[in-house]
Structures are given as C-alpha cells and as structure tokens.
Design a protein around this ligand. Structure first.
Ligand SMILES: Cc1cc2nc3c(=O)[nH]c(=O)nc-3n(C[C@H](O)[C@H](O)[C@H](O)COP(=O)(O)O)c2cc1C
Length: 446
C-alpha cells in the first residue's frame, strides 16, 4: 500500500500572513481559477485527494486586528465546498475530492444527496469529512442560541452517519435499466425505503439518486477526544490526526486502529493521515528564510489576536514581552491545542511574542521543515513506523509551497518506492486501497 498524500485545498496557505507574501495568489477570496490551478498541481503530482475544510460561521469578529488580516482556518471569503468540488471534478480526472459537512447543523438526507451527486459526477472520487462542528458560533446561523452540547452532537453524529449510509444503499446496482424498448426506467423491486425512525431523525427515503459509484463515498473524520475516536472507529474510512511528535502520533495511530474490532472492523478498513505543514526549500536555509519572511509580515496586534484565538482567552491586556500567563490548562480553548501551547510556554519560559511566533507557522499543528531529503526522511520514518498511513499536507504559501513539494519531495518519495507514479484505479477508494462496501439491503448478485 503506497503512502497516501492529501492536499489541503484551502485557497490560503497555512501561515497567518501567507496571503501577503509575494509568492502567494493574488485575490484568494472565492477564486475559482486558483482552485482549478491548485487541483491540477496536486493531480499532476499524483496526490490521492484534495481536502476542503469548512465551517458555516464567519469567525474572529471580536478580534478586530485578526479579523481584518484574516487567518487561513477562519475562511471568511470562501466558496461552498461541494459546489466548488463539483466544478473541480470537471477539470480533473483522477484526484479524490473531499469536503467537510456538519452532522450538527445539516440533515442526513441533504448530505447523502450532495455527496452521492458529487460521486456520480466525478466518476467515484467523492469523500465526506464528517464533523460535529468545531466553531461554536456556527450555531447562530441555524436557529440555535448556542452550540449543541458535546454529548448530544456526538450522539446525533453517529445516527446521522448510519442514516446517510442507509440512504446511499437505497438502490440496487441494477435498479435503473432505462430500457427504451420495454418501457422500464427502473425496477420497483430494487429499491429500499429506509423508513428510519430514531432519536434524532425520521427519514423515510429512498434517496433520489442511484447508488454512488464507490458504493459509499469515502467517509473521513478527525476527532481527537475519546468520543471523537470512537465515532471514527465506528464510521470513518479515513481519519485526520494531528500530533506534534512521532511517539505521540504512533500512540494515537495504535489507539484509533485498536478501537476498530469493537465495531466489527479491522485495521485494513481504515487509513490514518497525519496533518502537517511542510516548509521545504532546495536547502534548509531556503526553508528557514521563507519562515522568516512570513514571520516578518505578522504585526504584533495580529500575532496577539491569533494567540487569543488559539487559547480562547483575550491576550491584549498582557504585556507583549512579558511571560505567557500561567493559565489553568482546564480553562483554555476548546481543544487540546490550547493546553499544549500553555505547556510549551511554561516549560520553555516563553513570552507572549515568542509564543505566537512559535505557533504561527503551523497553526498549532505539526510542521516538517528543511531540504527535500530531510522532509522525505521524516515522512518515511513516520510512515514506516506506524505513525500514519500518509499525510494531509498544508503548504505555508499557495500555490508555490505545493508546487515546490511536488517538484522537490514527490520524486524522492517515488524513487524510494514509497509513493505511486501512476494512479492505481479510477476511484478514490481504489487509490486508497479501501474495499467497496456491499449494499446493506441488496446482496451482490441478488
Ligand atoms: C485535519 C483536520 C481537519 C479538520 N477539519 C474540520 C472542518 O473542516 N470543520 C470542523 O468543524 N472541524 C474540523 N476539524 C476539527 C475536528 O472535527 C474535531 O472537532 C477536532 O479534531 C476536535 O476533536 P473532538 O471533537 O473529538 O474533541 C478538523 C480537524 C483536523 C485535525
């Protein structure tokens, strides 16, 4: 099984000031031409898939400096991801097309229908990243006064995924003969009416689309908590994981794959992708210089607001060159990222300025930086020592960061026999080495 490479298809690179860099796109907001170009760069390099993260709320309006300067993961001016991927499907032929949709503020019927349609029009290249929504303020756009409580979100997510998969199985493969001669468009005996009546959803079905070419579009998820990992083990084909060290990534890999038997699955049924920002240069010095250039484009006001975002605490009231206050870890942020920032600053005695400079390059996630051999060595080590099955790659600056990775690192991975030179199959499942799911209601050949 070759290493999996996924490309973050966000129009902005992963550094907060990347869009100001001379090598970044002009006018990245809602720009279809850029998106097509990025997809073609990734496909020419034989990437498995493009991934569009998503949310439904405009963020950081309470942090004016960051709001005006924008941060890549806030995405205030983007295109709706399945709409965008549908357009990209027409400009590509092999690469997988994966987008986020929320189980908390969407309906299973809508999600099943959108991704079935994307799978049909791309010839079996669709993937759905199942999230319960990480931004609490998204709730305000969907008739909720506050974010749905965590346990309820996860309970709803599990039922949601079961309904979506049931809807994808609405029709047998031979349900639509469309025979002009006999006048039979469809076979009434080859449709299943789901008739789901559960805790959160009542969905009669069937879906108004034939079974997707992949059977089920590939399901992704990214939970880091216990409930999140169980949801992945029950429903996901691929998991995005973010860990900052090899040993932590190995532990998480073993943990998530170890949960599969509980749900009647095996390690072969799932792929785990490590999220990483890659700074690569012809030389290590060139990679360092890029980071330095990006750092210099961040004003202290934006840096401090960015730290406020990551910690979930207002940082403007503290002196820039004073120590990061020793906040109680339990009261920081919504995720583990805030806690690890506090720990790092405490252990290394960092000031506020030093702390934000440390986290900016990789947005609190993981980073590989250096010359092509160093990057390939690190990727090989993670891949062969069971820290991941591949990588979800963000470039610090787009499109140049992705082009540089494609030109400098991909050939080295291919030379080592770690990465494909040609796509193995026609569908995303084929390329990921994942089996096509059988139909729950119509056994093969029935
Ligand atoms: C690579 C990656 C991509 C993610 N993409 C999204 C996204 O597009 N939308 C979203 O709301 N959350 C996204 N998340 C957040 C996760 O869905 C999840 O909320 C987070 O990892 C915390 O895990 P937990 O919910 O188990 O605590 C992403 C996480 C990772 C690691």
């Amino acid at each position: 099984m070759p290493m999996i490479l996924a490309a973050n298809a966000n129009a902005q690179g992963s550094h907060v000031s990347e869009w100001r860099h001379p090598q970044a796109w002009e006018a990245p907001a809602a720009n279809i031409r850029n998106a097509v170009r990025l997809a073609q760069i990734a496909e020419a390099a034989k990437f498995d898939l493009l991934f569009l993260a998503d949310g439904n709320g405009v963020r950081q309006m309470d942090k004016p400096d960051l709001f005006a300067a924008t941060s890549p993961s806030d995405r205030p001016g983007v295109l709706e991801p399945v709409t965008l991927l549908s357009a990209l499907a027409m400009h590509t032929s092999n690469i997988g097309l994966v987008a986020t949709a929320t189980t908390t503020y969407d309906e299973p019927f809508h999600v099943a229908r959108r991704f079935a349609s994307l799978d049909h029009l791309s010839g079996g290249r669709a993937g759905w990243n199942l999230v319960t929504t990480s931004n609490p303020e998204d709730a305000l756009n969907f008739s909720h006064a506050e974010h749905v409580a965590r346990d309820l979100r996860y309970d709803r997510a599990s039922e949601f995924a079961t309904v979506v998969k049931g809807l994808w199985d609405s029709w047998a493969e031979d349900a639509f003969p469309q025979d002009k001669e006999s006048g039979q468009f469809l076979r009434p005996s080859r449709v299943n009416v789901l008739d789901h009546k559960g805790t959160h959803f009542q969905v009669r079905g069937p879906l108004n689309a034939p079974r997707p070419p992949q059977g089920h579009p590939v399901v992704f998820s990214a939970g880091q908590s216990d409930t999140g990992k169980d949801l992945s083990a029950a429903h996901a084909d691929c998991v995005f994981a973010i860990e900052g060290s090899l040993s932590a990534a190995q532990r998480l890999y073993a943990d998530i794959k170890g949960r599969l038997p509980k749900f009647g699955r095996t390690a072969e049924d799932m792929r785990i992708l490590a999220g990483v920002t890659i700074f690569v240069g012809e030389t290590a010095a060139e990679a360092d210089a890029l980071l330095q250039e990006l750092d210099e484009l961040v004003s202290p006001a934006v840096g401090v607001d960015y730290l406020s975002k990551m910690l979930g605490r207002k940082m403007k009231d503290y002196p820039l060159d004073g120590p990061l206050p020793d906040f109680d870890e339990e009261h920081v942020g919504h995720t583990g990222i805030g806690k690890s920032i506090i720990r790092m600053a405490r252990e290394e005695g960092l000031t506020i300025r030093q702390t934000y400079r440390r986290i900016l390059p990789q947005m609190g996630g993981n980073m590989f930086k250096g010359d092509p051999m160093t990057i390939a060595d690190t990727m090989e080590e993670w891949y062969t020592s069971k820290a991941c099955d591949g990588f979800m790659i963000a470039a610090p600056v787009v499109p140049t960061g992705l082009e540089r990775f494609a030109r400098l690192v991909v050939p080295e991975l291919q030379r080592r026999g770690l990465f494909r030179k040609e796509y193995e199959g026609a569908t995303l499942r084929d390329n990921l080495g994942l089996a096509r799911p059988s139909n729950r209601f119509f056994a093969a050949g029935s």
